[in-house]
Design a protein. Structure first.
Length: 105
């Protein structure tokens, strides 16, 4: 088994254990202001990291390609309150057009 599968399994177990922990925590801990604030900030940080990795990394190298253009368009559309499915469709079209006309991968 490749080493990355071990990381996937360990990560999955860790995430699932956190999910289960939410059911056994007393309400006073789960509703604690600091815990709620930390959980909210952790969620945003993890999503930002995932977005950065999926946008700027190919293999073991940093790249700037059509994904960056699509992310920028999606961010502007989200800021302008375009519905999610519309923003995804338009961003996908921008990525496809950039790949086709600019030769970006």
């Amino acid at each position: 088994m490749p080493s990355y599968w071990i990381a996937v399994v360990v990560g999955s177990i860790a995430v699932y254990s956190w999910k289960l922990l939410g059911y056994v925590l007393p309400k006073r801990v789960a509703n604690n202001r600091e815990v709620v604030t930390f959980a909210g900030k952790l969620t945003v940080a993890l999503l930002a990291a995932l977005t950065a990795v999926q946008t700027f990394v190919a293999g073991h190298a940093l790249v700037v390609d059509s994904r960056l253009a699509a992310l920028a368009v999606a961010a502007v559309l989200y800021w302008r309150k375009v519905p999610f499915i519309g923003a995804v469709a338009i961003a996908a079209a921008v990525a496809a057009l950039a790949r086709h006309f600019l030769g970006w991968s």
